[in-house]
Design a protein around this ligand. Structure first.
Ligand code: ATP
Ligand code: MG
Length: 446
């Protein structure tokens, strides 16, 4: 992409309405625009990151054997009356009437609709286990939408639902989701810690939330500092293996890590004092096992091997896709702007032409641009007729992890400059070597 032809409405002033850094930076970097309270338009740069996050979520879901589908945002109230949640859900549910006077609602989650799909088609134990998921907009009429996309009213969520014959099988699905979430967040360059939590209006027996530590987080969390040393890495895992998934679950949840809802001071105090941590966190996902809570009232049953009709055991699992942009920025920024992890960056590499109009600089930039694209990367070339300072400020604000700077003086010596946004370190090298180095870096972040 050439910046002169892109739509990147960056702001010089810090917007007064934004209280936290991620919200400020998303507005300043021209990523989002508020349409009304808690509802945002995703401008091109923000939309690119949103798409990259979705891509990672899809790839990791499919790796775990889960199947994507898409359900509507507007749902009939009748199904929700069947489960008993139409009245129970409360003011957060946006209720709508159509012209015929029928009650609809904007889906805050989709246990009812997915269970209806399941009960319509699946009749035999031979057709389970089954895990279906979607990435779809949700609406919750939050009393105080705030912090930009972190607590919106309309927000993008990955919601997945497992259907299993037995409790045991459904607990394996739960563990499998925990493992796949660990991998998903790590690919984005985020450390999200699974913590024992409370199930709230979804209901259920077992639940973990995934929290990103950040001062601006809305949840108070208590944990053993050893949990922050754990990484999943690129270990191979067989998602069908009960033992392997259980093993990872034990490794990542055996140490104390809880939200304030489930915190137990007495147990916490048994941890050696130097390892006890009280901090704040952003909830970026949650997994639930809730058994037959929806399958019983909605009649989602299958015939087991002996011919008995039994309700299926279910769980649901959510990732806050749009909230993740805020969490990523809270965890990755400095006073100049955003610092995107390679896994989610909107463009892989910036190219800054220090002297637009200089024949050698222009030609070298065009060359770099073509070579990076040929290597399968997406560069953002700042080809505007602007002073160097303004170009650097824009690149620093939007946070591309790598920048290649091209100027007539360097070119006389056959070099350009490659700079890391995170460390600020620069190296001078031949243009082809810069392309090679950037390509190598991204080989590790497919
Ligand atoms: P919270 O406690 O933050 O209100 P929740 O527990 O009600 O969230 P879930 O039902 O667990 O939310 O939804 C799954 C994920 O969707 C959450 O982990 C969170 O990342 C995201 N999410 C929930 N509510 C919002 C919101 N208002 N804006 C943006 N993302 C949200
Ligand atoms: Mg939750």
């Amino acid at each position: 992409m050439r910046l002169s032809r892109y739509f990147l409405p960056v702001l010089k002033e810090t917007p007064a309405e934004a209280q936290i850094v991620s919200h400020r930076l998303m507005l300043r970097a021209g990523m989002i625009k508020q349409a009304s309270a808690g509802i945002y338009s995703w401008l091109p740069l923000g939309f690119r990151v949103l798409e990259r996050i979705q891509q990672i979520v899809h790839e990791e879901q499919e790796r775990a054997g889960h199947i994507p589908l898409l359900m509507p945002t507007l749902q009939s109230a009748d199904l929700w009356r069947e489960s008993g949640r139409y009245d129970a859900y409360g003011e957060e549910m946006l209720r709508i009437k159509d012209r015929g006077g029928r009650d609809l609602l904007f889906s805050p989650t989709a246990e009812e609709l997915i269970t209806d799909i399941f009960r319509s088609y699946v009749k035999s134990y031979k057709d389970v286990p089954l895990t279906l998921y979607q990435i779809q907009w949700k609406f919750r009429d939050e009393i105080r939408p705030r912090f930009g996309v972190m607590r919106g009213r309309e927000f993008l969520m990955k919601d997945g639902y497992n259907f299993d014959l037995t409790k045991e099988a459904a607990l394996h699905a739960y563990n499998r989701h925990l493992v796949s979430y660990l991998r998903t967040y790590e690919r984005m360059g985020l450390k999200a810690i699974p913590m024992r939590a409370d199930s709230g209006p979804i209901g259920g027996e077992d639940t973990h939330e995934f929290l990103v530590l950040a001062e601006t987080g809305e949840s108070e969390v208590f944990y053993d500092s050893e949990v922050t040393d754990l990484t999943f890495g690129d270990r191979a895992i067989d998602y069908d293996s009960v033992e392997q998934c259980q093993g990872v679950l034990e490794e990542f949840t055996s140490r104390y890590a809880r939200t304030d809802e489930t915190h137990d001071e007495a147990v916490f105090n048994q941890i050696p004092e130097e390892r006890r941590r009280v901090a704040r966190g952003i909830e970026v996902g949650q997994i639930f096992y809730f058994g037959t809570k929806y399958s019983e009232p909605l009649g989602a049953t299958v015939q087991d091997a002996e011919g008995n009709k039994v309700p299926v055991h279910m769980g649901s699992h959510g990732i806050g896709v749009s909230r993740l942009l805020g969490a990523l920025i809270e965890a990755n920024h400095d006073d100049k702007g955003i610092i995107w992890p390679e896994g989610v960056t909107p463009f892989h590499c910036g190219i800054v032409n220090l002297k637009q109009g200089d024949a050698a600089a222009d030609a070298a930039c065009e060359n770099l641009y073509d070579q990076l694209k040929t290597a399968g990367l997406e560069p953002l070339y700042d080809d505007r007729d602007e002073r160097a300072g303004a170009k650097f400020a824009t690149m620093d604000l939007i946070g591309l992890p790598w920048r290649i700077t091209v100027g007539p003086r360097g070119l006389k010596n056959g070099v350009v400059e490659l700079t890391s946004r995170r460390t600020g370190e620069s190296v001078e090298l031949a243009p082809e070597a810069a392309v090679h180095q950037v390509t190598e870096i991204y080989r590790k972040h497919p």
